[in-house]
Design a protein around this ligand. Structure first.
Ligand code: AKG
Ligand code: FE2
Length: 396
């Protein structure tokens, strides 16, 4: 049973808010004028941000994430950038990308239109409210709303990025769709280039160029149990191009008692890579060498992190890294996460070239349906989903 240390009466509006009001999100609670965090958001003492053992030592709080200069990737320093990328993926699981070629207008306007969406009256925002994880557009709150024992201080708008889905994206603010589509298109291209570089850093490009003719999905089959699709570089590049993209606009309103809850609890992301844009407000922390380290926003750059699917594809060479978001009492924070993987129907499996006697297959084949099944039945925080995909005979 969860015990709360804090027993003083929470005597303001926070406890008089009735029924399902919290389902409308934390922005709504703030708009109702709460001055304390309702009990549903209060973490057990040992799980609160300041109390997790990993924050006891402060010597690494100023860690600089590796910086990948994207422009250099296509220049004379290509080899060096690939080496830096391999080092970043292996030792941090996170890196920042600068000189990525996405214009400052597109970046600033995406944050701006995201912020303006959350400033709309609840009546407008709640048109998109849904708990159906298959919705093409989904406005919601917390981390995994239906499974969270303790809620977190975040509202979100999730957008599946396909042409079919675009017409369902919010029609207000008026420029939302146009901006969102442009931003999604550009981040997808950046993701594809980064993935190519990452596959090269894994040594896959040179070893897999024997078959230059990518097969279609029908020719090769794409079923988890019967797939005959040939595992080669050209095929994976094509599959990555045809892959899924989910954009998540996160809003973290000021929290009256940020020491009691999280903006987002510790978790890893499910895809290959997440390209994250944060506004100027600090909040993101990553787990690095057992310490929670704040990633200071760097204007016009992307924070990129490895997701569970890349850990599986690389057969554990590159690991997805846990991260979390701290709430703060002063400033609202907006971030836009773009999660990329293979198509929602595709199978993710360790790359055959990375499996050998010293490094046997470490993960079961998986797909998006497994993930949905997991998040609707289990607690998907930490790296729980990935843990569930590990083959049990492997202990490291
Ligand atoms: O808001 C952030 O900085 C991180 C967001 C995040 O981790 C996510 O959307 O998965
Ligand atoms: Fe995340």
């Amino acid at each position: 049973m969860v015990m709360f240390q804090e027993m003083s009466p929470r005597d303001d509006k926070s406890e008089s808010i009735k029924g399902q009001e919290h389902n409308k999100g934390v922005k709504h609670l703030c708009e109702m004028g709460i001055t304390k965090v309702p009990k549903k958001y209060i973490l057990p003492t040992l799980e609160r941000p300041d109390n997790s053992i990993t924050t006891e030592l402060h010597d690494v709080t100023n860690l600089q994430l590796p910086v990948i200069d994207f422009a250099e990737l296509h220049g004379a320093n290509h080899e060096q950038v690939i080496t830096s990328l391999a080092h970043a993926c292996q030792n941090y699981g996170f890196f920042q990308v600068i000189n990525h070629g996405i214009s400052s207008n597109v970046i600033d306007e995406m944050i701006d239109v995201g912020r303006r969406f959350f400033e709309l009256p609840l009546k407008e925002r709640e048109k998109y409210m849904s708990t159906d994880v298959h919705s093409l557009v989904r406005y919601g709150t917390s981390f995994n709303q239906m499974k969270d024992g303790v809620l977190c201080w975040r509202d979100f708008l999730k957008l599946v990025c396909t042409t079919e889905a675009h017409s369902q994206w919010p029609s207000s603010p008026l420029d939302f769709r146009e901006m969102g589509v442009e931003y999604a298109r550009e981040t997808k291209m950046l993701f594809q280039s980064l993935m190519e570089a990452i596959l090269e850093s894994l040594g896959l490009e040179e070893k897999n160029t024997h078959n230059k003719t990518p097969k279609t999905h029908q020719e090769s089959g794409n079923n988890k149990h019967s797939s005959k699709r040939e595992e080669n570089y050209d095929n994976i590049i094509k599959d990555i191009g045809d892959g899924s993209q989910l954009m998540v606009v996160n809003c973290y309103p000021p929290c009256p008692e940020p020491e009691l809850t999280f903006g987002m609890p510790p978790h890893s992301d499910y895809g290959f890579l997440t390209l994250l844009l944060q506004d100027e407000v600090e909040g993101l922390q990553i787990l690095h060498k057992d310490h929670w380290v704040t990633i200071k926003p760097r204007p016009q750059s992307f924070v990129v992190n490895i997701g569970d699917h890349l850990e599986i594809l690389s057969n554990g060479r590159y690991k997805s890294v846990m991260h979390r978001v701290l709430a703060n009492s002063k400033k609202s924070r907006i971030s836009v996460a773009s999660l990329h993987s293979l198509a929602f129907t595709a199978v993710i499996r360790p790359w055959p070239m990375l499996i050998n006697d010293e490094n046997p297959k470490r993960y079961k084949d998986t797909d998006f349906a497994d993930f949905v099944q997991y998040i609707t039945t289990c607690d998907s925080k930490h790296k729980n989903f990935l843990e569930s995909r590990k083959l049990t005979h492997i202990y490291t």
